[in-house]
Design a protein around this ligand. Structure first.
Ligand code: AMP
Length: 395
């Protein structure tokens, strides 16, 4: 696996695919600069070697050229974070940009305009990728958030740098973290899968059964498993058409010696509302008119016990409807347990879908080993898929 550390960028131009798809407010201020901060070490390494950077990214989902999606809006945020004045290009391909790139001096940074102003980016157009490739000597992919897309700048462009392509620090860290869990995690290995639906996690569950010793299943998924085993789930979210699948997963787990932990009690509510009437009920005896919206106290204690036994922990998905304060404590307590286990030496990875939102909301970001920057890309990695953006560098 070639990373940016395998190259010296002296007098070289690095064409870096970053993920600067950051949220902006109505005045175009960056409201969460995490993704820019995450790219900083890669940019600095190139500059300190005596090279220059050509940064390319998408922002939002523009339909053609739309000023509100111009990367120009990120100029101040990037300059503040990286500490270097940017040269701003009006486009990402064409004679004018090529001229700017050609004249780049060591230590300088050129920011290209939004790649998705050209439909050829998302269609993975080869000619467009070739035009991008003219702007640098070494291609660096540091955009994990789009690594699951075979777009021109994330995948196809790598073909034009057969020897000179590598992962940036961020993408390398993401790959290492996934490997640490999926391939060479210290045992016992635990995955905690929460969230709303079995159907959206099924491929992950099936793939992960070969990798883990323990699997905690929580959140809305719980009730499909409980009902399939004959329990009463009341009005809880449940996918009746996935009950056979749930039983099959339990069987597979047994055959593979994976210990599955489902909630034994829930905090149930008489409405899907923060102000609903609530009570703790056995997970198999939820009456009609009530729905399980968070893990109950016995479940939390069992989960804490499992987490504390494990040396490698993957967490994807909340244990309850954490967006409502009344039903957030299962997710918070799980976060606390994972933080504690991490302090005791476990490796913990959080990522995929909305998990990162929960982790950030409750301040667990710094208390786990790694928080992935890619939602969809992380989910696909956990499903065992090879991401095209990663494969293109490894080729
Ligand atoms: P996912 O994107 O699949 O990880 O699902 C996250 C969503 O699952 C969050 O918005 C939670 O509110 C929701 N969720 C978690 N537990 C439950 C539950 N018991 N009933 C309904 N929704 C839930």
């Amino acid at each position: 696996m070639k990373t940016i550390n395998d190259f010296n960028f002296k007098d070289k131009k690095a064409l870096i695919r970053v993920d600067f798809n950051v949220p902006l407010d109505e005045n175009f201020n960056v409201t969460d600069a995490t993704r820019i901060q995450s790219a900083k070490t890669t940019i600095i390494k190139v500059l300190e070697d005596g090279g220059s950077c050509v940064l390319m990214s998408h922002l939002g989902r523009p339909k053609g050229v739309e000023d509100k999606y111009s990367l120009r809006h990120l100029e101040n945020a990037i300059e503040d974070i990286v500490g270097v004045e940017l040269i701003i290009a009006k486009d990402c391909v064409g004679a004018e940009v090529e001229e700017l790139a050609k004249n780049l001096k060591p230590g300088t940074v050129l920011l290209l305009e939004n790649l998705r102003f050209h439909p050829e980016e998302t269609s993975g157009d080869r000619d467009f990728a070739e035009k991008l490739s003219r702007l640098g000597d070494i291609y660096v992919n540091d955009a994990f958030g789009t690594a699951h897309r075979a777009h021109a700048s994330t995948t196809i462009v790598a073909d034009f740098f057969p020897e000179n392509k590598c992962f940036g620090f961020l993408l390398a860290k993401e790959i290492e973290s996934i490997k640490k869990v999926m391939d060479n995690g210290e045992k016992p290995v635990l995955a905690v899968l929460g969230g709303a639906k079995v159907s959206s996690k099924i491929t992950i569950i099936e793939n992960i059964l070969d990798k883990v010793d323990h699997l905690i299943i929580g959140g809305g998924m719980t009730f499909t498993f409980i009902k399939a085993q004959g329990g009463s789930v009341g009005d809880s979210i449940c996918e009746d058409d996935k009950m056979d699948l749930a039983l099959d997963i339990l069987k597979q787990a047994e055959a593979k010696n994976v210990k599955i932990h489902l909630p034994v009690d829930v905090l149930a509510a008489d409405a899907f509302s923060n102000d609903a009437e609530t009570k703790v009920i056995d997970v198999t005896q939820i009456p009609d008119g009530w729905q399980g919206l968070d893990a109950g106290p016995k479940s939390k204690a069992i989960f804490d016990d499992v987490v504390m036994q494990c040396k490698t922990i993957l967490w994807n998905g909340p244990l309850g409807v954490f967006e409502m304060e009344t039903f957030a404590s299962g997710t918070i307590e799980l976060g606390n347990s994972i933080a504690e286990a991490t302090k005791n030496g476990a490796f913990s990875l959080v990522g995929g879908g909305d998990s990162v939102a929960a982790v950030k909301q409750f301040g667990f970001e710094k208390k786990v080993s790694y928080v992935s920057t890619g939602g969809g890309a992380m989910l696909e990695s956990l499903e065992g898929k090879t991401l095209p953006g990663i494969a293109a560098i490894l080729d």
